[in-house]
Design a protein. Structure first.
Length: 386
């Protein structure tokens, strides 16, 4: 189901004129600091539909003619559109507070279609705005709110209205507010962390017992325990350089050798990676990177196409690096490719074996980071399926 960001306009996307709340000329138009940058990132990276909801007091009246409003409003929308910030709908109420109509925020008459639970996930949606009416709107819709500025921004209200709204906030609204801030960066980071999808995968055999959790769009946080020190270090490189959060606990028959543990970790990591990708809507699909590490140079190219194909061109001349037999590097990546159902091509040259394999793992991580980025809202395939 779709999640929505109901976003206010004045005081949230653009600054309000402290002397006149009507933005009716280009001289009065100033965007809220960094709003375009972070709204664009939210739209591209996170799974929200954008809906604008704004009260425009007396729009169409003699004091606020529409021929002054629409050129500025359309200019705002076009600027946002050029930065890939698309509003699926825009709801504008033209009444005054005194009219007491349900179409005006915090009334929800204009927004009843979004309460269809078969289409929208209203509980995971947010109202973002700078006024208590935005907080009240969130409460009336049954979602949460993000309060820009985090203050009682209702200077144009009468004393009676201020008292009324203050009592509502004090008694009923505080639980609705998920974040108070005056920075769009905080909003982006809050929504990004809230939308972290964590998958868990377990693989238990007579040879290994593996539990792994993965968040594709994380911060590179990891906790790796396989019983093989250098292998832990290499998996950490995948996490750090892809920004995926990985927790991995593997208990294997190391008294036999390292083969089963390394192979099964590759299988488990590939499986949870494929599961985390889901329907692959929006991802770039292709990832490629070239990475130097002193004398070594590695190239990794991958395609998250749903078909496994693995090509390896890297020769090692030591039997082991750390605790890992060098023949197992090929086997690890082949196991990942088979389980993740991806094309994976790896090439590496160099003289120092440690540099060579570490550059491969870092380069692999960078290619993954590119391939999983979401920059559109469709599947990047002429077949419509990956």
């Amino acid at each position: 189901m779709k999640k929505i960001l109901f976003i206010d306009r004045d005081g949230t996307i653009i600054k309000e004129d402290p002397n006149n709340y009507q933005i009716d000329s280009i001289e009065k138009l100033f965007f809220y600091p960094r709003v375009i940058f972070f709204l664009s990132r939210i739209y591209e990276e996170l799974d929200y539909e954008f809906v604008m909801v704004t009260n425009q007091d007396g729009l169409g009246s003699v004091n606020f003619p529409e021929n002054k409003f629409w050129p500025i409003h359309n200019h705002i929308i076009n600027i946002l559109k050029y930065e890939n910030i698309i509003f699926s709908s825009i709801h504008i109420d033209k009444t005054y507070i005194k009219d007491n109509l349900s179409t005006r925020k915090p009334g929800i008459s204009m927004l009843l279609s979004y309460l269809d639970k078969s289409i929208y996930n209203i509980k995971e949606s947010f109202v973002i705005g700078d006024r208590l009416t935005d907080i009240m709107l969130a409460k009336n819709l049954g979602c949460k709110s993000i309060w820009i500025k985090g203050n009682n921004n209702f200077e144009n209200f009468t004393e009676e209205e201020k008292k009324y709204f203050y009592e509502l906030y004090k008694k009923k609204l505080y639980k609705t507010i998920s974040l108070k801030t005056n920075k769009w960066k905080d909003i982006y980071e809050y929504l990004k962390n809230k939308n972290k999808k964590i998958e868990i995968y377990k693989r238990n055999t007579l040879e290994t017992n593996i539990t792994i959790s993965l968040s594709l769009y994380g911060n590179g946080i990891n906790n790796i325990h396989t019983g093989i020190g250098f292998f832990d270090h290499l998996i950490e490189q995948i996490s750090i350089h892809s920004l995926m959060d990985i927790n991995l606990y593997a208990y294997g028959d190391l008294h036999v050798d390292e083969h089963h543990t390394i192979e099964d970790v590759g299988i488990a990591l590939g499986n949870i990676f494929r599961k985390s990708l889901g329907d692959k809507i929006g991802i770039e699909r292709y990832g490629f990177f070239i990475l130097p590490m002193d004398d070594s140079l590695s190239k990794v190219v991958l395609d998250l196409c749903g078909r496994d194909q693995f090509n390896w061109n890297a020769n090692f001349y030591r039997e082991k690096i750390g605790d890992i037999p060098t023949e197992m590097f090929y086997h690890f990546f082949k196991s990942f490719s088979s389980s993740a159902k991806c094309n994976l091509h790896i090439i590496s040259t160099g003289n120092n074996e440690h540099h060579k394999i570490e550059s491969i793992f870092k380069c692999f991580a960078k290619a993954i980071k590119m391939a999983i980025q979401k920059n559109h809202n469709y599947i990047l395939s002429s077949k419509g399926l990956l």
